[in-house]
Design a protein around this ligand. Structure first.
Ligand SMILES: [Zn+2]
Length: 277
């Protein structure tokens, strides 16, 4: 049972903030209908095609498939590309955007999600760090160039029964070799990080520009398995609001809300709206 005063605390912090940092993990997308892969069983329930072969999410999110079995690699990533493309960001994104827009200073987003949902919800890519890359950006598997290019209208035909891509696969416009998403995969030595690095530099610039401002971090759906997103909130001076249905505890002073993102955001927003903010 969540006490109402927790929402009031969160609302008061947001109201008093000069600027908002939003940090997000996979749990944020759940309310849009996106899977939050947890353990092989959850993944295999969504993708029974992989269960027989015993292939887990981590097995598949590996760059080796682009060399050994491109149709399998693009079956997996093409499926996710199209899933993210047709997914509409839930109402919580609009709430977060309104809060950021209403704050005195412009905010920033740091996400480990590669799904492009923040852009779709209207957040500026100039004030966003996608620390694991993004599925709608590609790079060359042959590394003929260090270029990373946007691919907003990719079409990959997939045999869903076998989860294999069929027909032409995305290629590098420079050399014609196979392209891959500019996403950090498991055991990935070839990921080109320059786009994410530039975003990170902009994050640090924003962070130092905000040094004397009242800052609030709103963290959503970021678990302890991949700790990078949580540590961002910890290193940010100011109040941390941690929204997470399973792991909401944090350092002393954390406003912990053990709920899904949308439900928590709506509860806080209800209070702010009542107060005419
Ligand atoms: Zn190339």
């Amino acid at each position: 049972m969540i006490q109402h005063f927790i929402f009031e605390q969160a609302a008061a912090a947001i109201r008093a903030a000069d600027t908002l940092l939003i940090t997000a993990g996979a749990g944020l997308g759940v309310d849009s209908g996106l899977p939050d892969f947890r353990g092989p069983h959850g993944f295999w329930k969504i993708h029974p095609q992989y269960a027989a072969a015993g292939l887990s999410f981590a097995d598949l999110a590996n760059p080796i498939w682009f060399f050994n079995h491109p149709e399998k690699a693009w079956g997996f990533y093409g499926y996710r590309y199209h899933l993210y493309q047709r997914t509409m960001p839930h109402m919580g994104f609009a709430i977060l955007k309104r809060w950021q827009d209403n704050a005195r200073e412009s905010g920033f987003v740091v996400t480990s999600n590669v799904d492009g949902q923040f852009q779709k919800a209207g957040f500026s890519e100039q004030r966003m760090e996608e620390c694991h890359g993004a599925i709608h950006y590609l790079q060359c598997t042959a590394r003929c160039t260090d270029a990373i290019w946007a691919a907003p209208r990719l079409h990959v035909d997939i045999d869903l029964e076998r989860m294999l891509a069929q027909g032409p696969l995305p290629t590098c416009p420079h050399c014609g070799e196979l392209a891959r998403p500019n996403i950090l995969m498991f055991g990935d030595r070839d990921w080109l990080s320059s786009r994410s690095d530039e975003q990170r530099q902009r994050f640090y610039a924003w962070k130092s520009a905000m040094a004397d401002k009242k800052r609030v971090t709103i963290e959503l759906g970021a678990g302890t398995t991949i700790g990078g997103i949580r540590s961002r909130g910890h290193s940010m001076p100011g109040t941390l609001i941690r929204i997470n249905p399973r792991e909401s505890n944090g350092p002393p002073g954390t406003i912990s809300i053990a709920l899904g993102a949308l439900e928590a955001l709506q509860a806080i927003d209800g209070i702010l709206q009542q107060q005419g903010v």
